[in-house]
Design a binder for this molecule. Structure first.
Ligand code: PLP
Length: 465
């Protein structure tokens, strides 16, 4: 890490907060409630650490928002952006033009993705990537003369973004409740969450059962109407829900049987997070399309896209004519230059192998130990993403009343103790940068334990434990 740390900005925290609440509407935020508290203002970062406007150092166990895979302050990415800004800050790829970084990135992505992927369509984010997926799978079946095949099956509690199509693909009921979602032609089935739906069965039995909900849904919709199935290899924003090993191979079998396109949303799982380049490799399936974003640039600059498998690419290229879809920033040259530097850094440093053979395994050992904590009913990790399920009663696996917001209580202790961990209900989740070392994992786990202890003490004081 050679980045020069900039001096702290000149305004005070109170001044930042006043301007923030006067003008800035934050995503997924209760505006009024935040205005009454004031934001925590993050002013700089290095490696796996952030500093706020009070100078407090924070261990970022969420990699920003699941994206800063190579850690903060990587000079190679900063240099790539600077050089490209000077050379050519923007040109589009609409009018039969292209830029060298976009072409080179397309070529490199074809090398680091599974063999069926040789083409990419760029977007500016994961949500836009999933909008592209909806347009592309429907266009594919149109071109093949089966326009009635337009329904896409997704899962409850999935997260596929916040645009109208992305949020419709997602299975978050609180998002659907605002703005008349989902749009027509997108249906949802239950998620493969063993802790909630599978107790009393072995994980493997439950994995097969949960995958066969797809077959039931296909038959309910009508096999000739289903275009595609989409899923995250491991649900991220839904709470790092790791499906049983039997789940994805059975999903693959069912998609193959009915000729349905299989879409892997790799926005979180891609670029090494699970210990392989792609989550589908870790979970054992072979998608026709893969959405990516976040880790492609380690979040240094926005970029997303869709890897298009040969089955679809051949039809779209040979028979499809013009695909009436694209974004101003598709293949943005600066974003693509940063992505190239980022992927080469991941390759040079062997980060994916390090996660699989070293740090991921080390984290898993620690998570096993955290499962012994009196508040934890289940601890799961794959590579460098993990979840701790807080429970009221360990023996029965009973959860706290959701109105108590125990996860938020724990998250408050994390914030107060210099650790960023996210709460999804009462599931505490982490996804630290892939550059995290064993010693830093030790520190992170010690902080997690301290925050769980503090949460337990609070609950005991309130007579809830
Ligand atoms: C699996 C998945 N898909 C899509 C998205 C949306 O990506 P973006 O926020 O870049 O639009 C996210 C964001 O967290 C995600 O986790």
């Amino acid at each position: 890490m050679n980045a020069v740390l900039q001096p702290a900005p000149t305004r005070t925290t109170a001044e930042w907060q006043a301007a923030d609440s006067a003008h800035y509407l934050h995503p997924f935020t209760d505006f009024k409630s935040l205005a009454s508290k004031g934001s925590r203002v993050i002013t700089r970062a290095d490696n796996i650490y952030l500093w706020d406007s009070e100078g407090v150092k924070i261990l970022d166990a969420m990699s920003g928002l699941w994206c800063v895979n190579v850690g903060y302050g990587q000079q190679a990415l900063i240099d790539a952006a600077t050089a490209q800004l000077k050379q050519l800050p923007f040109y589009n790829s609409f009018f039969q033009t292209a830029t060298p970084p976009a072409i080179e990135l397309a070529e490199l992505l074809a090398q680091v993705t599974p063999p069926q992927f040789n083409h990419v369509f760029f977007s500016g984010s994961g949500s836009e990537g999933n909008d592209t997926v909806v347009r592309m799978v429907r266009r594919y079946w149109d071109v093949l003369g089966q326009p009635e095949r337009s329904v896409i099956i997704s899962r409850k509690n999935a997260y596929h973004g916040s645009t109208v199509a992305g949020a419709s693909l997602g299975g978050m009921s609180y998002m659907h409740a605002q703005g008349g979602l989902p749009i027509p032609g997108i249906v949802h089935m239950e998620q493969p969450f063993w802790f909630v739906h599978g107790q009393g069965k072995t994980r493997d039995e439950f994995g097969l059962e949960a995958a066969r909900w797809l077959e039931a849904k296909i038959l309910e919709v009508g096999a000739d109407k289903v275009a595609a199935f989409i899923g995250e290899p491991i649900q991220g924003a839904g709470g790092v829900i790791v499906p049983p090993a039997t789940y994805w191979p059975e999903i693959q079998r069912i998609c193959d049987q009915y000729g349905i396109l299989l879409v892997s949303d790799e926005v979180i799982c891609g670029f090494g997070r699970t210990g392989n380049w792609w989550g589908c490799e870790t979970m054992g399936f072979r998608p026709d399309l893969m959405t990516f974003a976040k880790g492609v640039t380690s979040g240094y600059i926005p970029l997303g896209g869709v890897m298009v498998g040969d089955r679809i690419a051949r039809v779209m290229i040979d028979q499809g004519g013009e695909f009436e879809h694209g974004y101003t920033y598709s293949g943005h040259p600066v974003a693509c230059a940063v992505a190239l530097a980022n992927i080469r850094l991941i390759q040079r440093e062997g980060l994916v192998d390090r996660v699989r053979t070293d740090t991921g395994a080390y984290l898993a050992e620690h998570f096993k130990a955290l499962a012994e904590h009196p508040l934890i009913g289940e601890a799961q990790s794959v590579g460098l993403m993990g979840a701790l399920q807080i429970v009221k009663d360990k023996a029965s696996g009973t959860c706290f009343d959701s109105a108590l917001e125990v996860g938020m209580l724990c998250r408050g202790h994390c914030f107060a103790n210099g650790l960023i961990m996210r709460a999804v209900g009462d599931r505490m989740i982490i996804a630290p940068p892939l550059v995290i070392t064993r010693a830093q994992i030790d520190d992170m786990v010690e902080l997690i334990r301290l925050c769980l202890d503090a949460t337990l003490r609070d609950l005991q004081q309130r007579g809830l434990r």
